[in-house]
Design a protein around this ligand. Sequence first.
Ligand SMILES: [Fe+2]
Length: 195
Amino acid sequence: MSPTHVSHAVSTPPAARGLLAFMEERGLSGHSFRVCHLTAAVCRRMGVSSRPTEVITTAALLHDVGKLAIPSSILDQPGRLSERDWELVRDHAVIGERTLRLIRGLEATAPLVRHSHERVDGFGYPDGLVGSLIPLGSRIISACDTWDAMTSDRPYRTAMSREAALDALIASAGAQLDVDVVAALVTVLTRESVS
Ligand SMILES: [Fe+2]
């Protein structure tokens, strides 16, 4: 789905457009728009009201903004990352938070981006938050991000089949991902034909 197509479904706040232009140049926008679109559908499914949905979908769109600070040679590396490079990649959540905190109109997205790589079992980063201590928006973004990562080709592996990705998504509920969020996402993916 193209960014233009999705932007009709989810409005892009003016403050986010400049960042998105940079993200597009780095090849980060397609994934971001897909995650955003899916996040909006999960918010709808879970009955999240309109203002929080707006903040959560904007955070979804910008959840990888911190990757702008990471060299392409690391992000696009086909092989296994060294421990040092992997640490740098993990920093993108905090870099994203710090960036968004400074932009008027996007401040509310900052904590959601910071926590979008936490896991409900507490083994995520940067803070190792557990379960419902992770903001709901971050739990939704995390599930949608995971789905899009599994079903897209990456420099280091090809995409999983939809069936295998659905099985993996369901298997991760309660460990990596939130059980209720996964249930809503599976419903969206299987009944609403959103991918
Ligand atoms: Fe992502």
